[in-house]
Design a protein around this ligand. Structure first.
Ligand code: NDP
Length: 306
């Protein structure tokens, strides 16, 4: 159960790291976790992956990346890592029942969008409900869109959506936005964006696809329905790092701290890439890019340290 390199995570970052590492003959094993393929498997069509001019389904893209990693000899393990020991070498990673050791580890466990957990949200995912305007905004040309959130992401995505949507209604649970002043000003000045303060989404309603949002004013408890073809939840992301607590340096929000411009962490021989180090760009292609960093950093480190 000893490997030169263990990769934890199977999104674009993990598989890109695996492709590079396998081609460098590091014989990596990839633990694909409980959401094999990562967040892209929850979207429908991906239109901004370079080299796919006709777009590609998220699940197909991830299957291709997996095949490409396997082609060069990466071993794929359908298991989830629940615990790691990074304080001494060889490093140790554990599933519920098995223990594996490695000379180097790449962590690519990604992040999860926060959802509201209201009725209809799961049912309409991919049929009007999304957590990523950059990914799905294009499908809402001349449509009515409702969004939840008052942070920088919500402001940025609301502005982005107005390129396509007929209108964007932003539901804000307090009477003020959390976003930075400049982002607020930009959104407030956009005539296509309307704000509803003290307002929360209660239920998503529709037949085959989303039709309206039942909203509630949390001051008066009054409810009414807002027509919507699209519903974007932009209330932040959570990095998947709970299993790393105490083992590696994390920032205040739980993202792994990397040495800027590299995949190096504060633990020598442990590298991190993809959304787990990136609260900002969060794109498949940027994740793949840092996955490449991680494999190259690991390869260089291993050649000097083993
Ligand atoms: P934030 O945590 O900054 O904001 C989350 C927003 O969602 C808040 O308005 C919050 O409301 C609201 N919210 C949270 N939970 C709920 C809920 N259950 N129901 C309704 N509303 C809810 O996350 P972001 O993703 O916006 O930003 C993450 C980080 O990335 C920030 O540091 C941000 O500055 C940065 N960023 C910077 C950008 C830029 O500079 N261009 C662009 C995008 C992000 P409340 O305020 O009431 O808690």
């Amino acid at each position: 159960m000893h490997h030169k390199l263990i990769i934890i995570g199977s999104g674009p970052a993990g598989y890109t790291a695996a492709i590079y590492a396998a081609r460098a003959e590091l014989h990596p094993i990839v633990f694909i976790g409980d959401q094999p393929g990562g967040q892209l498997t929850t979207t429908t069509e991906v239109e901004n992956w370079p080299g796919e001019p006709d777009g590609i389904q998220g699940t197909d893209l991830m299957e291709k990346l997996k095949k490409q990693a396997e082609r060069f000899g990466a071993e794929i393990a359908g298991k989830t890592i629940t615990e790691v020991g990074l304080s001494s070498r060889p490093f140790v990673v554990k599933t519920g029942s098995d223990t594996y050791s490695a000379d180097a580890v790449i962590i690519a466990t990604g992040a999860s969008a926060r959802w509201l957990g209201i009725p209809g949200e799961d049912r309409f995912k991919g049929k009007g409900v999304s957590a990523c305007a950059t990914c799905d905004g294009f499908f809402f040309r001349d449509k009515k869109v409702v969004m939840v959130g008052g942070g920088d992401t919500a402001m940025e995505e609301a502005n982005f959506l107005t390129r396509f949507a007929e209108s964007v209604t932003v539901l804000v649970r307090r009477d003020e936005l959390r976003a930075s002043k400049i982002m607020q000003e930009r959104a407030l000045a956009n005539p296509k964006i309307k704000f509803m303060y003290f307002t929360e989404a209660k239920e998503l309603i529709g037949d085959q696809k989303l039709e309206k949002i039942r909203v509630i004013n949390n001051q008066t408890n009054e409810e009414h329905d807002v027509p919507a073809d699209g519903f974007f939840v932009t209330i932040g992301h959570k990095p998947n790092t709970d299993f790393l607590a105490g083992q590696i340096e994390l920032d205040a929000k739980g993202y792994i701290k990397n040495v800027p411009g590299t995949a190096k962490t504060n633990v020598e021989g442990v590298f991190a890439c993809g959304d787990v180090i990136d609260p900002y760009y969060r794109q498949a292609i940027t994740s793949a890019g840092t996955g490449c960093w991680a494999a190259l950093d690991a390869e260089r480190w291993l050649s000097n340290n083993s």
